[in-house]
Each structure stands twice: as C-alpha cells, then as structure tokens.
Design a protein around this ligand. Structure first.
Ligand code: SF4
Length: 467
C-alpha cells in the first residue's frame, strides 16, 4: 500500500513573521510514530511542508494529514484535493480533536485524541474495507509503542533531528492550554516505560537531544528512572518543565547530572491575579527567583514563556516583563498574545462573554489579537508584544542578561546562544538553503556543554564593554 503522510505548513510560515529556522527545528515525530504501525511492506512517504515543497500530483492509496489550528484551512484544501482524486484521506491532530465537526466534511476518517491505539485499529479496518468515519482514542497508553520510523525523517533538513517524546500530555490544566481538548475523555498525562525511552535515546546518533514533552519532570518516578538511566550516556539535552517541579525535591539536580542544559518554563505572567484567573495553580505562590537561581547554579539555561493580554495586564506589562527577564538572566524568551484556542476553558469563557472576535484560525497564531481585550486596547497589545520581542533581543539586553551570571564561561554561553538564535537570520537562511542545518548541531552541542556557575570572579568580563 502507498501511504502519504503530510504536515502542512502553518499559516505563519508564509507570513512576515516567518523565521525559516524556527520551523526547521523539529521533524514531524507524531506522523513518524504512526508510521511505525504500518506494515513493513507499505511504501510510506513523509512530507513536512515547513522544510520541503509539497508534491501533490501523486495518487497514493491513503493520505494522512496532521492538523494544527493555523494549518487547518491549508489541511482542508489538501484533503479536498486528494479526495477529489479518489484518494482516501484521514485527518487527525489537535485541531481535529477540538473541532471534529469542522474537519469531518474534508475527511474520510478522522482521529480524535492521540492516535496510538486508534490508528492501528483503523489500518486493520481499512485493509478489511470497513473503515469508520470517526475514531476516538480511549485506551491511552504508550507502554508498548513500536520504535518511531525515524528512517522516514529527512534528518539533514532539521536543526534538531534528535527530538524525542517520552510522555503524552501534562498533569496540569491551565485554562489557555490547547492540549486539554486533545486529551478530553481520558487520561491526560502518561509516559513510556523507562527502558523503552532509554532504548529510543540509545538509537539516536550524536550527543544532543531535545525532549518535546510538555512536562518532562511531570512524573517523578518516571523522570528519576530516565535521568538515572541517562547518566553516563554522555548526552546533552533540552526539555520543558513547570516551575513547581524545579523547586520540588532534587529531580532537577538529577536532570542536570543526566545532561539537561536548557529548560523551557511557562512563567506566563508576573501577576498573581492573572495566574489565578487562568488556573495556573502550579505557579501560584512559587518563588520564581528561587527556581531561576537553582537552574543557573546547575548550569541550566532558561527559555521563559510569557503570555500578554491576560485581563490583569496593563500597558506597562511589556516593559515590566522584559526588564524582569533580563534582570533574571533568562537566555531566551517566547512571548505570546493570549489566544483562546477552541476546546479550551479560556475559549468557553470568552465565548460566554461574547469576546471572541472571529474564527479565522489562520490568525490564531499567538501573534495577533483575536478576542476583545480588557485593561489594554488591542493595538496596545499588538504593539507591546512586538516591542517586547525587539527589546528583549536587542544586543544591549542580550548583553545585560548575559552579564547577570556569576561565572566567566556562563555569560559567553548565554550571549552566543541568544545572539546566535535571534541575530543571524540571513546566515540561518543561507544554511537552510544549502541544506547544512544539521551541521550546526556540533556547534549547538558545544554551546550546551557544562558550565559551573558561582565559581569565578564576576567582575571578569569575557566581553568588551557595550555602551
Ligand atoms: S503546564 Fe503547560 S502544558 Fe501543562 S497544562 Fe499548563 S500550559 Fe499546558
């Protein structure tokens, strides 16, 4: 059987905000995971429109499309195109799970929720010519998943081909989080077996790994086993955690020992009112600075995530947040405009309050205002968001944030990582065009090498002074 799996480009991939390197980071692991359930005799092609031109003049037996909110309309067009040629089309992913009725007219079968147990069932039905229109995930386990079909991934096209996911979901339920609709009606957080996760890591070449799990430290027992098992594997890795997990016990020390060198944290807001209103309980009453100091003392860089436009925000929130992030030496920041994704509690609340402005999903990219704001005007929000990015990634602030660290090597590492990521767009574009992205991995690994903070004289600067 000839099977085509497609990750269509997100709409922002064609917008002025498009940073090719940002969308050339990770291969489509979800599709490669599903591919593992197909027969070894199947002829599978996996295409990711973020890194390659889609070829759509073929006529495979089966097309499977992964749908996110900002590629939904594009996905539907592709699905309609293939169906008009008589090809059987399946749609799945976060957006399909939150709005199945919208997706249904464009598909022969849709998948609601994670596909690990429904996709094998569908394949059986399809071969028996009895496929169902809707498959709803119920079992929720990844204990026995087969090894991901990484052979289908064009590694050279990605900066981080060694991305890996060892769990599904997250134990928390923030009101704005898109994942809740995906996991509705069953377990919303579960992990692989530790041995299987370690075996998957072992199969990956090189040193660098990027865990794409929503919350790598979310299950203490699993994470402890994973980090114990990784000791001595000589890996460096990046991942995500909540703030409270960093402050609890000594799991973060174990992660650092296993090779954790940078962590993504959803700080979201500096306002406790906003935290309460969005059900971000795990951040409430937590000492952000204590968590930051702990991470820095372990040599772990921080990518802080912040949301602008929450109801307690005023027009000064942007400068306040950037200044705080710089003073606390966050290496990188991801800013978002609050976005009420369908299926979330935030969406339901805003809908009840008649605050949803439109359903043009192309604009639900967390860079545009799609709801009626409170406390600041929509234009202020958009301008402030743009200003925050510009200001945080100005050379001056990259330098200032770098110099907050205690050791000699840390500022250099911070400066190189933040500057390299944001300040050399033409170079990144050239590297992507010449298909050399994968060669940058050695540099990334070098930057992520271990540093010991608090060990040296802070007055010794590795940089010439910047005015
Ligand atoms: S902690 Fe993060 S992943 Fe978990 S529910 Fe909140 S926003 Fe979503």
């Amino acid at each position: 059987m000839k099977i085509k799996m497609i990750l269509p480009a997100l709409t922002e991939a064609k917008s002025p905000y498009w940073r090719p390197v940002k969308y050339s980071l990770f291969p489509p692991l979800g599709l490669a995971t599903l591919a593992a359930y197909c027969s070894p005799d199947d002829d599978i092609e996996l295409q990711d429109e973020h890194v390659e031109e889609l070829q759509i003049h073929d006529s495979p037996d089966l097309v499977i499309i992964q749908v996110y909110i900002t590629n939904a309309f594009r996905s539907y067009r592709l699905a309609d195109h293939y169906r008009s040629k008589g090809v059987y089309v399946c749609l799945g992913g976060l957006h399909v799970s939150s709005l199945p009725d919208e997706a249904l007219p464009h598909a022969d079968s849709i998948f609601i929720g994670p596909g690990e147990d429904t996709f094998p069932e569908f394949l059986k039905d399809f071969k028996n010519r009895t496929p169902k229109k809707v498959y709803v995930n119920a079992k929720r386990t990844i204990a026995d998943i087969p090894p991901i079909r990484r052979d289908l991934i064009k590694r050279q096209l990605y900066l981080v081909p060694n991305s890996i996911v060892v769990s599904r979901g997250c134990p928390h339920h923030c009101d704005f989080c898109y994942k809740d609709a995906f996991f509705e009606g069953g377990k919303s957080f579960y992990t692989q077996q530790v041995d299987a996760a370690l075996a998957e890591i072992d199969r990956l070449p090189g040193r660098h790994l990027y865990f794409l799990d929503d919350h790598l430290l979310g299950n203490q027992k699993f994470a402890t086993g994973l980090f114990e098992g990784m000791k001595g594997m000589n890996r460096v890795f990046q991942g995500a955690s909540t703030l409270d997990a960093i402050l609890r016990g000594n799991l973060i020390e174990k992660a650092a020992e296993a090779g954790l060198r940078s962590v993504f944290i959803g700080f979201e807001t500096l306002s406790t009112v906003n935290l309460s209103q969005t059900n971000k309980k795990q951040n409430l009453g937590k000492d952000y600075r204590e968590a930051i100091n702990r991470l820095h003392s372990l040599g772990i860089m921080i990518n802080g995530s912040f949301v602008f436009g929450l109801d307690d925000d005023d027009k000064y929130v942007f400068e306040r947040t950037v200044e705080w992030a710089v003073e606390n030496a966050l290496t990188t920041c991801t800013f978002h405009i609050l976005t009420p994704y369908p299926g979330t509690r935030l969406y339901k609340t805003m809908e009840q309050q008649n605050r949803i402005l439109h359903h043009n999903w192309d604009q639900y990219d967390t860079r545009q205002v799609v709801y009626k704001t409170v406390g600041l005007h929509a234009e202020e929000l958009k301008e402030g968001y743009d200003r925050a990015y510009k200001s945080f990634y100005s050379w001056k602030n990259i330098y200032r944030a770098s110099m907050q660290h205690d050791s000699l090597k840390y500022p250099l590492k911070h400066f190189t990582y933040a500057g390299g990521w944001k300040k050399f767009e033409p170079l990144w574009n050239f590297i992507i065009k010449t298909k050399g992205l994968n060669n940058m991995l050695l540099i990334l690994e070098a930057i992520l090498s271990k540093v010991n903070n608090r060990s040296n004289n802070r007055s010794v600067s590795p940089f010439p002074a910047i005015a």
